[in-house]
Design a protein around this ligand. Structure first.
Ligand code: LRH
Length: 495
């Protein structure tokens, strides 16, 4: 049996998965799981990259010990937007910044003074969100961060892992598109934008495409993990790109919306080329790079972060509560007590989520959720409404109606959110795998090794290998009535 390993780093947890492919079906099992939290120091937010590298090595060692056959390849995917600087000896210069760091807001305000929103969008096709890499780098440069004097390269997270695993330095295309520094037509770093922000072009390395075979582990790493023949493949290293690759598209779903539902919910459609026009600018949509020339036209919706942060607060105050308990509590609460805009930037930073939701409602003289079940229910209902808003915007841009919503990622375990999404959108929700990201990662390795030949073969394999669950819409009129209230509350803003 031949095995392939996926290291999938999300913004709240990471896991190492093993994929076993027998020629007709693929089976995926979890080898190692670990938390990944932002680290706050002197009011700056960072990622603990060395710790993540350590966890990766642990996972590789466990995989090596537990495999029954040979482990051939490894692919890395991570959340978007963040990266780190390396010096001339390839060393990590400074802890990578976390995109939720409030410094990004300063960067956002600064860049908008230098480059107009429209100019930036027309060049990159990426939505204007204060979390984007461009704002982090621009403000660091403006504030004369010493790091620019010593850096050989700025590498996005997966590229950083690649460099420490193999010594190879490059910028994988799908993750590079999340920086908002890539030119959408040229699929390369935009020199005009870099120049306007005084960012040195040499810091940004050559673009490599998903499916590129990078090479073997560095001897020191191979020795550490005891896998001398492991080959690293650059997969679709942006987790969303990997997740959408493994959407189990059925033949009759010609026009579908996907929701890659994890810490963020990425809500969008797969299209053949970027759509950069008045409408996508007004709706603040992103054209993110995918595999096989596809583009994901999408919007970031705040996602399960709202639940994760609410739970974290409760757990830290001593409550023993898991996500399943939270769904049960929401089920008991009354419907449509209140609602809020999940994408208000006030929910971006970690901490005090319940209070922030309550004051959002209070400020607008809406009923304030008090009980835990009420809070959870209003988060789930508001998210479902927000998904519906994006559905309508996508339909407007694409000029056709969607006939299904595919949900993949951790959100598929939240049956209430899946059902609410069907109710709010009025179309069936098809829930795929909660490990879609890791699966997409492994599928791209199979493609690179010549085992799968194109996107349709990949999607067929997903359909054959993983079960789906269908949620039919219920109580459509009631949801429609409340949706009208929801849209009167949210202001679609750029931030
Ligand atoms: C999802 C994701 C998303 C980014 C965000 C930071 O995990 O990669 O696509 O916008 O994290």
């Amino acid at each position: 049996m031949i095995h392939h390993l996926a290291a999938d780093f999300g913004a709240s947890s990471g896991r190492i998965l093993r994929g076993d492919f027998d020629g007709t079906n693929i089976r995926v099992s979890e080898i190692h799981r670990f938390p990944n939290y932002p680290v706050r120091m002197r009011n700056r937010l960072y990622w603990d990259f060395p710790r993540l590298f350590y966890e990766l090595q642990c996972g590789l060692r466990i995989a090596g010990n537990s495999a029954v056959g040979s482990i051939q390849t490894l692919g890395i995917d991570t959340w978007g937007l963040d990266g780190g600087f390396i010096g001339s000896a390839g060393e990590l210069l400074v802890a990578p910044r976390n995109y939720r760091d409030p410094i990004n807001k300063d960067g956002f305000d600064y860049v908008r003074k230098v480059l107009s929103d429209e100019y930036l969008f027309r060049k990159t096709g990426i939505q204007l969100l204060q979390i984007n890499t461009i704002y982090q780098l621009a403000i660091m440069k403006k504030e004369h961060s010493y790091v620019f004097d010593f850096a050989q390269a700025f590498l996005m997270m997966p590229d950083l892992f690649h460099s420490f695993l193999t010594g190879i330095i490059g910028s994988e295309y799908t993750i590079a598109t999340t920086t908002q520094l890539l030119n959408a037509d040229q699929q390369n770093w935009d020199v005009d934008i870099l120049k306007a922000l005084h960012l040195n072009r040499d810091l940004f390395t050559d673009i490599i495409h998903p499916g590129t075979r990078l090479g073997k582990l560095l001897p020191s790493v191979a020795k550490e993990v005891n896998l001398p023949d492991l080959e690293v493949i650059a997969v679709a290293t942006h987790d969303t790109a990997s997740a959408v690759l493994s959407v189990p598209v059925l033949e009759n779903s010609s026009a579908f919306m996907f929701i890659s539902c994890g810490t963020w919910s990425l809500v969008g459609a797969e299209i053949p080329q970027p759509i950069i026009n008045e409408k996508t600018l007004a709706y603040n949509m992103s054209n993110e790079g995918g595999v096989f020339g596809t583009i994901r036209l999408l919007k970031n919706v705040m996602g399960l972060w709202l639940l994760q942060e609410t739970r974290r607060e409760w757990v830290e105050s001593g409550l023993d509560i898991n996500f399943k308990d939270m769904v049960d509590m929401a089920e008991q609460a009354s419907p449509f007590l209140t609602m809020f805009d999940p994408d208000d930037p006030c929910f971006l930073e970690p901490g005090h989520m319940m209070k922030r939701i309550q004051s959002w409602c209070l400020q607008r003289k809406l009923p304030v959720p008090q009980e835990k079940g009420e809070i959870i229910r209003c988060i789930l209902e508001s998210l479902a409404f927000k998904f519906c808003t994006v559905l309508k915007q996508l339909e407007d841009v694409l000029g056709n109606k969607m006939n299904a919503v595919y949900i993949v990622g951790g959100g598929v375990n939240n049956s209430l959110l899946c059902q609410f999404t069907a109710n709010a959108t009025g179309i069936p929700v098809i829930a795929g795998s909660s490990e879609a990201t890791g699966i997409g990662n492994i599928l791209m390795q199979l493609y690179a090794k010549g085992e799968l030949k194109d996107l349709s073969e990949i999607r067929l394999l997903v359909q054959q290998s993983f079960p789906i669950q269908v949620y039919e819409p219920q109580n459509i009129e009631l949801w429609e009535e409340n949706y009208q209230k929801f849209i009167s509350l949210i202001s679609e803003r750029i931030s």
